[in-house]
Design a protein around this ligand. Structure first.
Ligand SMILES: [Zn+2]
Length: 472
């Protein structure tokens, strides 16, 4: 199609349908629904962020990658995205670790958060527009709890302040169960030894035990409950009736249910849509053997190409459970090698616009419940299409397909075309060792190293300027 045709189609979409075609599975609705936006052309999304007491694990990795790609796609669609993700920097786990190690919990939170951002940078996850910290919002949380107590929807006990869930209309909306069923279905049943009025009531403010960090409140020194920070921060930064609240499936109940309950109790409009992503399966026997128990992101990106996990995450639909194995990581690296090789092969082609039909196909696939596996499939089909066009000598067709590959990869945050000379340090070290072995006339050892490199996917060519290591 002509360039003017391309521009016309783009412009029509900008005027009429920016972001309005996106459909997502809404947990509250229990079905795939069009994303209705509060303000046309704008979307506010809130992602429950990390509790910083340990390095990010591969479950966190999936989360940040899913929403990083969603954000990139929505922006590419023309929406003005405000992306908020909090950091829980005070919590039982942080305190527990501090006590166990004789360290200040605040110090643990600061160090773990630094590691978090280091990993995010390494895997090309963009920083949120706002990163509210729980400890910065204590005053606002105290105010919220005070209001709820004033309305008789929260009450003080010996160990803290609780929300009375019986005062909340529609409690159980996200879990799709009413209060009685929730309790029977594995809700918190333990009321013995507690002054809770109802077993599902949850804590808004915890009184501090001796030696624990504390903030002052009208009811006594303590710290806010986890469910309260996200309500206060999301409403403060995104406003009432913000568009999209997201997180892992495990947060649906009780965390998100309880966030929503507080907003409902206050009579404030909360998130319009709820999106949850599936688990990463890490604890199967098969998994731990093949991946060598790599479950934290630091180890994962040390052992594999930092882009490999992004590609793997994109190959699973966000709602399905995802199994990570050593074999799947290696397969992902191999696929990336193929893409890099493709990008180098096609770099000599003229730059052309992505054909309209391909732009629309990519958009349609992604707009239907964020079908990233469909987008990856489309990407590889364009690689095959371009390669076969090149084999046929049809450079124009190849250039169009190659442009589509670049577009899709860019929107998905996949950096392609890694330099061929980008040789990992351990490979370089092996190549140098081989060179020393040759210099010492230990040809048996030199051959052994060459074979070992070959089995790792590298070849050595002995050129005029010395040996050169390349991907096989
Ligand atoms: Zn939250």
């Amino acid at each position: 199609m002509s360039v003017s045709g391309f521009i016309r189609v783009q412009a029509l979409r900008l005027v009429a349908t920016v972001g309005e075609m996106m459909r997502l599975y809404d947990t509250a609705e229990g079905s795939v629904v069009p994303l209705k936006l509060r303000d046309p052309g704008k979307i506010g999304m809130y992602v429950c962020g990390p509790t910083v007491y340990a390095p990010p694990h591969i479950g966190h990795g999936r989360q940040v990658l899913v929403y990083d790609v969603l954000r990139r796609f929505l922006e590419w669609s023309g929406l003005d995205v405000t992306f908020v993700s909090n950091v829980t920097d005070i919590d039982d786990n942080i305190i527990k670790r501090g006590l166990a190690e004789g360290r200040d919990p605040a110090e643990i939170a600061i160090k773990c958060e630094a590691i978090w951002w280091q990993v995010m940078d390494q895997i090309n996850v963009r920083r949120p527009d706002h990163i509210p910290h729980a400890t910065e919002y204590v005053e606002e949380m105290v105010e919220l709890i005070q209001t709820l107590i004033g309305q008789d929807k929260a009450y003080v006990t010996a160990d803290g302040v609780y929300l009375s869930v019986e005062e909340v209309d529609g409690y159980g909306l996200l879990a799709h169960q009413d209060l009685d069923n929730l309790l029977e279905g594995g809700g918190e049943r333990e009321v013995v030894g507690s002054e809770k009025r109802h077993p599902a009531d949850f804590v808004l403010w915890k009184f501090a035990k001796s030696g624990e960090p504390e903030w002052s409140s009208p009811w006594g020194p303590g710290r806010p409950g986890w469910h309260t920070e996200c309500v206060v921060m999301s409403l403060d930064l995104l406003g009432e009736g913000f568009d999209l609240h997201t997180g892992g499936l495990d947060l649906t109940f009780p965390h998100h249910e309880n966030e929503r309950a507080q907003a409902v109790a206050l009579g404030r409009e909360f998130a319009s849509h709820w999106m949850h992503h599936g688990f990463v399966e890490t604890d199967g026997e098969k998994m731990s053997k093949s991946l060598g128990n790599v479950t934290n992101m630091l180890d994962l990106i040390e052992q594999y190409d930092h882009r490999a996990y992004r590609l793997l995450v994109l190959q699973s639909h966000y709602r399905t459970p995802m199994e990570v194995t050593g074999a799947s990581m290696v397969a992902s690296e191999t696929a990336l090698d193929r893409l890099d090789t493709f990008v180098r092969r096609t770099s000599v082609l003229d730059k052309v616009e992505v054909p309209d039909a391909l732009v629309e196909r990519f958009r349609t696939v992604m707009e239907e419940d964020f079908d990233t596996p469909g987008a990856i499939d489309l990407l590889f089909r364009q690689v095959r299409e371009a390669n076969s066009a090149l084999d046929d000598g049809d450079e124009l067709r190849a250039a169009g397909a190659a442009a589509a590959v670049h577009l899709i990869a860019e929107v998905l945050g996949l950096e392609l075309g890694a330099d061929e000379d980008d040789v990992p340090a351990e490979i370089q070290a092996m190549a140098e060792e081989r060179q020393s072995a040759r210099a010492a006339k230990d040809f048996a050892r030199a051959d052994e190293l060459r074979d070992e490199l070959h089995s790792l996917g590298w070849t050595i060519e002995d050129g005029a300027g010395g040996p050169e290591v390349r991907r096989a």
